[in-house]
Design a protein around this ligand. Structure first.
Ligand code: NZQ
Ligand code: ZN
Length: 390
């Protein structure tokens, strides 16, 4: 483990099929005025909404609602929610949903008492809040982003075609608690389930494919990746398999709660490419990652051969006997590709609605990170995006 770092994650997790009961333990810690935040209606169809409202009422809360938070929440929706939270004089924000709802709740949290435009302040200038923020709690219903235990918040500005994530520096922006009930995820449509699975896997890759030192984070990552692959194959065949879904939800949380990034420079270029594709297509997050991953990883493989070799052997059980390092490394990516196809992920950006005419704009919206094995230039981004078209 090289470098200096701190580690602090204050989110309390409640796990299991009875975990919603612990909302009764948490709610009394916060004020009376609660804003319940949720998406387009799945929680009303599967009964989670009724269960949550019952607990809020039993705890004497005065509840306002922000409904209809869309996947890839927009800045306009954020402005609407800020007004609702202000009018209600909110003491506490309860997010019930997936990454979009949790991210959105954090964005409202840092904006309610902020006099500036939150899009400009947090997503363009990447400043930290200098106002009082509101506590957020999360009841997770969609698995993948890790938003339930991190300080990330991704907001899309459809007017400028920018989808930008801000990982807030202060751990107080992380949810105070998260309720992880694997049963709540059983109603997810298959495409959302596999999209979330690939999101988890790629979060681990983004942190794993960086650095050359011997680092405990990489060993934890390999274990998490093996568990995700194993559980995903079971869930893909048998989506109602509780054991597999429970492993997936737990792995998702640990894949992006700052643990496996300790001591790592981290890459994040698949996410930067995928987010920019998402800003143009509004496609499902995990699918945007799947569609750009292989062209990206094959492009950077020569700059990080030893790590891709290790990935092939330790994660995909590639037999190294009699092969060059490059051959082993490529075999690992081929194994990953066949797993992705087995899950039914979208493997190119054309199928997500991207067109050749969008490539320049998508490249303009791709933030270039410098923690991975190769710092890309614009020509390389264009090349990867063009390869991702088909
Ligand atoms: O809106 P409803 O009707 O609830 O339907 C949702 C939505 O359409 C549905 N859904 C959720 N739970 C369900 C369910 N349907 C049936 N049964 C359930 N139990 O699933 C759809 C997708 O939900 P969403 O929250 O958008 O998915 P996800 O969790 O993948 O979140 C995506 C957002 O998170 C951001 C992404 O960029 C995207 O904006 N990310 C946040 C990160 C973070 N905070 O660290 C990191 C990630 O890399 C990611 O960028
Ligand atoms: Zn992601």
């Amino acid at each position: 483990m090289l470098g200096n770092f701190f580690y602090c994650n204050p989110t309390k997790l409640y796990f299991g099929e009875d975990s919603l009961d612990f909302l009764n333990t948490e709610l009394p810690k916060y004020g009376k005025n609660v804003v319940l935040i949720y998406g387009g209606g799945s929680i009303k169809n599967n009964g989670i909404y009724d269960s949550v409202v019952k607990i809020l009422n039993a705890n004497g809360k005065n509840v306002a609602e922000i409904a209809g938070v869309m996947p890839n929440p927009t800045v306009d929706k954020l402005y609407e929610g800020i007004e609702i939270a202000r009018k209600h004089q909110a003491d506490f924000l309860l997010a019930v949903g997936g990454g979009s709802v949790c991210d959105y709740a954090k964005a409202v949290s840092v904006s309610v008492n902020c006099s500036e435009d939150p899009w400009e302040k947090y997503y363009i200038r990447f400043e930290e809040p200098d106002c009082e923020t509101l506590p957020v709690g999360c009841v997770l219903t969609m698995v993948g982003t890790g938003s339930e235990m991190n300080a990330g918040s991704v907001i899309t500005n459809p007017h400028t075609h920018r989808k930008i994530g801000h990982v807030f520096a202060d751990e107080k922006i992380m949810p105070k608690f998260a309720i992880l009930n694997p049963k709540f995820t059983l109603t997810l449509p298959h495409d959302q389930m596999v999209s979330g699975i690939y999101d988890i896997f790629n979060h681990i890759c983004e942190q794993y494919f960086s650095g050359e030192d011997d680092n405990v984070s990489d060993y934890i990552s390999e274990g998490l990746m093996r568990s995700v692959i194993h559980a995903s194959r079971i869930a893909n065949q048998d989506p109602q398999n509780y054991e597999a879904r429970s492993n997936i939800i737990w792995a998702a949380t640990w894949a992006l709660n700052t643990l496996v990034s300790r001591g790592k420079s981290t890459d994040w270029m698949v996410h930067m490419l995928g987010q920019s594709v998402g800003a143009y297509t509004n496609a499902t997050h995990g699918m945007t990652l799947a569609a750009v991953s292989l062209p990206y990883y094959r492009h950077i493989l020569p700059y990080g051969v030893q790590k891709f070799r290790r990935f092939a052997i330790n994660v995909w059980d590639v037999d190294p006997a009699g092969k060059t390092d490059e051959q082993i490394a490529h075999e690992g990516l081929a194994a990953m590709e066949s797993w992705m196809r087995e899950l039914g992920l979208v493997m190119n950006i054309s199928d997500l609605g991207a067109t050749p005419e969008m490539i320049d704009g998508i490249a303009d919206g791709t933030l270039i990170m410098n923690g991975g094995y190769k710092v890309l230039d614009r020509d390389e981004i264009i090349k990867i995006l063009k390869e991702s078209l088909s």
